[in-house]
Write a protein that binds this ligand. Structure first.
Ligand SMILES: [Zn+2]
Length: 156
C-alpha cells in the first residue's frame, strides 16, 4: 500500500503502474446538485469524502489517479462531477496494488462507520456496495487519520 498524504507532480510520480484499488480523499468546496437523471434532486454537500475505485487498464493506478487529479478532464464517471475545479479537489490517495475497491469501501463503512451520502454514486458496476462514495464527517484530519490507519493494517 502506498499513502500519498499530499498530491503534487512529485508525489504522483511515486504511484505504481500496477493494477489495483485506491481510496481518494476529496474535498468538495460547495454544494453540488447532481445532474445525472438517476440522482435527480440529490445534492452532495460541501465537505470531505472518500471515493473507492479500481484501475485495471493501461497505466494502472498511476494513470487512473492522475486522471482523477486533473482539473480539466471531460466528465465520464460520476466522481468526475466532484473532482473538477472549482467544485472539488483530490487531496490524498491510498493506493492498494492488487486491492479490491469493494473491500476498501466495506472496511470504511464497517470499521469507521462512514455513511453513504447518495446511494448508487460511483458504484454503477457494483452489485455489492450501497455506493463507492462515503462522507467523512470529521473533515480532512479525520480522512488522513483513517487512511493512515488502513495503511498500518495489513488485513485489507
Ligand atoms: Zn463495490
Amino acid at each position: 500500500m502506498l499513502l500519498l498524504p499530499t498530491l503534487n507532480d512529485q508525489t504522483l510520480r511515486l504511484l505504481p503502474n500496477a493494477a489495483g484499488a485506491y481510496i481518494l480523499h476529496i474535498v468538495v468546496k460547495a454544494d453540488v446538485a447532481l445532474v445525472q437523471r438517476q440522482f435527480a434532486g440529490k445534492v452532495i454537500k460541501h465537505g470531505t469524502y472518500f471515493y473507492c475505485g479500481s484501475a485495471r487498464g493501461p497505466g494502472g493506478l498511476a494513470a487512473r489517479v492522475k486522471r482523477h487529479c486533473a482539473s480539466d478532464k471531460k466528465p465520464h464517471w460520476h466522481i468526475d462531477t466532484l473532482t473538477i475545479m472549482p467544485v472539488g479537489k483530490v487531496m490524498s490517495v491510498l493506493a492498494v496494488p492488487d486491492g479490491n475497491e469493494c473491500d476498501l469501501c466495506c472496511w470504511l463503512r464497517e470499521k469507521f462507520l462512514l455513511a453513504v451520502p447518495v446511494p448508487g454514486f460511483g458504484s454503477s458496476d457494483c452489485a455489492v456496495c450501497p455506493a463507492h462514495l462515503l462522507a467523512v464527517p470529521g473533515g480532512a484530519l479525520m480522512a488522513v487519520n483513517i487512511l493512515n490507519s488502513i495503511k498500518n493494517t495489513a488485513s485489507v
